[in-house]
Ligand binder design. Structure first.
Ligand SMILES: [Zn+2]
Length: 532
């Protein structure tokens, strides 16, 4: 071995040493890595054990099942466990104590909560079903969560999941395209309503043009429901906010949510006063509250027998929507537009009856026939009706006290009339912010109400923010401005039904087929009539 070979060998040894060292370093690194992995795995295992322990403590051990939702404020709290129950409860085993570090109850604490009450679950599910039918999914879920221990009821958990899904499937309504339909009182007896000999031709023509028969109403209601229409409130179309000075402002409601196959519609009912002029024409004569607390009609048939029942829009629609709660958004009904000159709901509440001033002949005749008349009694009865109607979801609007043509009146005349409305109608139904103009009038054109519109300024100052006219020529007409909301209404009356049924194109064609609704007992042709 020469010098060079020696040197080469030394180099080889050195290289081998370096390689060995490198391998040792790699092994150390690998070992450290393994140790780290083992530590992480152990840590994860520990976490799982702790989570399991917490789960066992909260949900499995009955004595640990005390959750925020388990204290039911509505049932007055769960019954306290008796002494016997304390004795029969098995103590937690050694293992359970190890895996469940949470403090376990001592014998002096109430230990068991009874399993979730099945009757309570059933009634909560029923109530939630009704809320959800009216598209109030949040309300339905919140209601279910009030049940003590709802987390352990599979039915409630399933219902909450279903309502969450249904809510997510809803879409926002375009509130600027919502139609508004309206009725007057319903004709129950076509023989009387269309009797020219008794009522005269002018009155019969009026009844024929403005009114809807019970049979027509039922067909329209059922068909619109079948076609996906859902009643919403006029105020559901907007978001109303009030500033620190009490000024209200409006913007379109972007969160009026309905299933995609549903179509919102606003409803109003005009002139719910049972005017003296209706007396001979076969209408109910007043609203009453029946033994169940429901608003019904008092109706005397032509043979003189008295009946209590669904003889007009309000109770008839209530009955329909109780059977079909998905026909109304969050329990909405409609706006009842009231005048004051003949009182409201068939009660002679107006001051003129008491003062015996400015009376029309039919008012004087009525007073002569009712010597027992007492205005305060009438007001008290009508107020009970108004309260019951509000409970049922109805809202009120002014229709002006004297059924005025607002277009032809001065701002001062409108003020005098509105003061009468306040003193004779608002005292019964409470304050309102909606005016439904009579005769389909308006206080301006289709263009925005302007700040120099004196009548608009007066109504604003008197608290009105929602204004409605009649426009049977457009499928919808909604004007949402920061300081007011205005909507056109479509009359579902004899004239509209007739025109549509003989093939004229009308705005109701999208809602239902008039030819399948029109009451063949009507005199034809139905002639347009200026009154409404
Ligand atoms: Zn009217």
């Amino acid at each position: 071995m020469n010098e060079n070979e020696k040197n080469e060998q030394v180099l080889d040894y050195e290289e081998a040493d370096i390689q060995a060292e490198e391998q040792r370093r790699m092994r150390r690194k690998k070992r450290r890595k393994m140790v780290a992995i083992q530590r992480i795995a152990f840590f994860i295992f520990l976490l799982i054990v702790i989570a399991a322990a917490v789960f066992v403590a909260l949900y499995v051990l009955p004595e640990g099942k005390i959750t925020p939702g388990s204290w039911n404020i509505f049932s007055g709290g769960q019954p306290q466990p008796s002494q016997t129950e304390l004795v029969v409860v098995e103590p937690a085993t050694e293992t359970e104590l190890e895996t469940a570090p949470e403090p376990v109850q001592t014998e002096t604490q109430p230990v068991t909560e009874p399993p979730v009450d099945s009757a309570q679950v059933a009634s909560a599910l029923e109530e939630a079903k009704l809320l959800a039918a009216g598209y109030d999914y949040d309300g339905a879920i919140a209601h279910l969560q009030t049940v003590a221990g709802f987390e352990s009821s599979p039915e409630i958990i399933a219902a909450i999941a279903d309502y969450g899904k249904a809510k997510n499937a809803c879409v926002a309504v375009d509130v600027t395209t919502v139609p508004h339909i309206f009725y007057h009182s319903l004709i129950n007896d076509t023989d009387r309503a269309f009797n020219v000999d008794v009522l005269g031709e002018a009155t019969v023509n009026g009844m024929n043009a403005w009114m809807t028969t019970v049979e027509e109403f039922d067909k329209i209601t059922q068909t619109m429901y079948d076609n996906g229409y859902v009643f919403v409130r006029l105020r559901d179309l907007v978001v109303e906010s009030t500033d620190e000075n009490g000024n209200v402002s409006f913007s379109p409601n972007m969160n009026l949510m309905l299933p995609p196959d549903k179509k919102p519609v606003v409803l109003s009912v005009d002139d719910l006063s049972y005017y003296h002029s209706y007396e001979a024409a076969g209408y109910p004569d007043k609203l009453i509250i029946d033994e169940n607390g429901d608003v019904k009609c008092h109706y005397v048939t032509s043979d003189g027998t008295e009946h209590i029942g669904d003889y007009d829009v309000v109770p008839r629609l209530n009955t329909f929507l109780e059977a079909h709660p998905d026909g109304a958004y969050k329990g909405a009904r409609g706006l009842i537009a009231l005048t004051g000159y003949n009182g409201v709901f068939g009660y002679r509440t107006d001051a003129d009856y008491e003062l015996r001033e400015h009376l029309m002949s039919d008012q004087s005749d009525w007073l002569s026939a009712h010597p027992e008349f007492n205005r305060q009694t009438e007001i008290a009865e009508a107020t009970k009706i108004a309260e019951a109607l509000k409970q049922e979801g109805w809202e009120f609007a002014s229709h002006t006290w004297g059924h005025l043509s607002v277009t032809n009146k001065t701002a001062d005349e409108l003020r005098i009339d509105n003061e009468k409305w306040v003193n004779n109608v608002q005292n019964i139904v409470g304050p309102v912010d909606t005016i439904i103009f009579a005769h389909g009038n308006d206080i301006g054109s289709w263009e925005d109400y302007s700040s120099d519109n004196e009548k608009y300024q007066y109504f604003k100052s008197a608290g009105y923010n929602f204004f409605c006219n009649v426009d049977g020529s457009l499928p919808y007409w909604v004007q949402i401005r920061s300081d007011y909301v205005r909507q056109g209404r479509i009359d579902l009356d004899g004239y509209m039904l007739y025109e549509s049924s003989i093939g004229e194109t009308t705005v109701i064609d999208d809602m239902f087929l008039a030819s399948q609704v029109f009451d063949s007992r009507r005199p034809t042709p139905v002639i347009a009539n200026g009154e409404s």
